[in-house]
Design a protein around this ligand. Sequence first.
Ligand SMILES: [Zn+2]
Length: 95
Amino acid sequence: MPNQLRTCVACRKISDKKDMIRIALDKSGEAVVDPKGTHEGRGAYVCRNAECITRCTGRRCLDRSFRKKISDECYAEAEVKLTELIKQDESHNRR
Ligand SMILES: [Zn+2]
């Protein structure tokens, strides 16, 4: 059984990676939201909930995970994308 557990960058809780959203560090050194988990490079994971997303971007948790400074624009973009993703989850759950 491969290890599929990942630590959330915001709350540090360990969860199954299918319950989390991956954020990858792309070649240009910026963080990109990677919902399918296919992007190359170092990855960070955040829980699929608004609280962790807000904490992740508000406290710049990705800087620590990627050991580099992620730009404000990148955080802003990541927050928008992550928020869209969890909204999709919510609409799935209602069905
Ligand atoms: Zn979390």
